[in-house]
Design a protein around this ligand. Structure first.
Ligand SMILES: *Cc1c(COP(=O)(O)O)cnc(C)c1O
Length: 355
């Protein structure tokens, strides 16, 4: 603490990301990273951009990320002016709070959801109502039908993994024509349906995506927002008042290559989904209750074992899972889907702890 701190800094409660352990070979199932590397074409593209001398790095990157936005727009059947790119979807979401979510009425998001949302709300002075999830952590669209402030939902939700149907999202959009509705699709590629195809019919819809999870590029920091051109223009105005060059040259080259290798992407997602189904079955056999997941993680609770104790015991074996000390979910573990070998290491370590 220092007398030089501004008022807001005193009041902030910053987000705490999952641990990045300084170990040679941890079994890292705590931050929902992809267990498989990105497409080989991504590595080639980065090498090509770098060249032998790194000469390209002398120059600033394209402030508009035009080539990347064109590639991703084509991938989703959108126009380029319907695509915004930022330094990870966390940065995109921060701009969304500032550009689109601060209105007279508080924004609405679930009580159990991505824990960065209340952090951005605090940073930007946006009031919010946390709406309680129902039984089994389901989002009930009826809770968001009454006209009110902006709505922000991850689909699938984190850390529960539960997905909404496209019909539910469309009902939500129709019930809230006068408020922005933001769908955070960080995990959509692992089993939910994207709302991108609803954009042309709903000028209040903004969809946020990332290359961090399904395209295995968490280390490059690239995220997107898709929506009506007027919404995208609002994000551009904030970006150009904050940082002209949020995406560096290597990140731009990497992300373009990731979208160009769709076959690799789909095969990688299919492997993660298959491992999720297997891990779900094996954890159930050990007595865990598992929330049905459409994401690259499962949300698990054992009726006879304290979650924090389990997480600590696994950590001693260099196996990292995520435990949140929060109301309603402090007896759950969020376990990212690893390779089959990593899932087996987890199961092998859990068996003696459960017995
Ligand atoms: C991981 C995650 C993000 C952030 O992803 P980045 O693009 O790596 O910043 C956003 N929303 C949710 C729900 C996430 O789980």
């Amino acid at each position: 603490m220092s007398r030089f701190w501004s008022d807001i800094v005193h009041r902030l409660t910053p987000y705490v990301p999952g641990e990045q352990p300084a170990l040679a070979h941890p079994v890292k199932l705590n931050t929902n990273e992809n267990p498989y590397p990105p497409s080989p074409r991504v590595v080639e593209a980065i090498r090509r951009e770098l060249g032998d001398t790194g000469d390209a790095l002398r120059k600033y990157p394209d402030p508009t990320a035009h080539a990347l936005r064109a590639t991703v727009a084509a991938h989703h059947g959108l126009r380029i002016d319907q695509v915004f790119a930022g330094n990870g979807s966390d940065e995109v979401l921060a701009h969304v709070f500032q550009a689109l979510l601060k209105h007279d009425k508080p924004i609405r998001f679930p009580d159990i959801t991505y824990s960065f949302y209340p952090v951005y709300a605090q940073l930007y002075g946006v009031d919010f109502d946390a709406i309680a999830l129902g039984d089994e952590f389901a989002i009930d669209i009826d809770d968001y039908r009454a006209p009110g402030g902006p709505v922000l939902l991850p689909n699938p939700n984190a850390p529960t993994g539960r997905a909404l149907t496209l019909a539910e999202i469309e009902a939500l959009l129709k019930a809230n024509p006068d408020a922005p509705v933001v769908i955070d699709e960080a995990y959509v590629d692992f089993g939910a349906k994207s709302a991108v195809k609803l954009i042309d019919r709903h000028p209040n819809l903004l969809v946020v995506q990332t290359v961090s999870k399904s395209r295995a590029l968490a280390g490059m920091r690239v995220g997107f927002a898709f929506g009506d051109a007027a919404l995208i223009e609002a994000l551009m105005r904030v970006k150009d008042s904050f940082n002209s060059y949020p995406l560096d040259r290597l990140a731009l080259a990497a992300a373009i290559a990731a979208y160009e290798d769709d076959a690799y992407f789909r095969a990688s997602c299919a492997k993660v989904i298959a491992s999720r189904e297997r891990l779900t079955g094996e954890l159930k056999a050990l007595g865990f209750d598992i929330v049905p997941s459409a994401a690259n993680f499962v949300f698990a609770r054992h009726p006879a074992h304290d979650a924090a104790t389990l997480a600590a015991s696994l950590r001693e074996k260099e196996i990292f899972v995520r435990h949140f000390r929060l109301p309603r979910i402090d007896q759950h573990l969020r376990i990212s889907i690893g390779t089959d070998a990593e899932c087996d290491a987890l199961l092998g370590a859990l068996k003696p702890l459960i017995a």
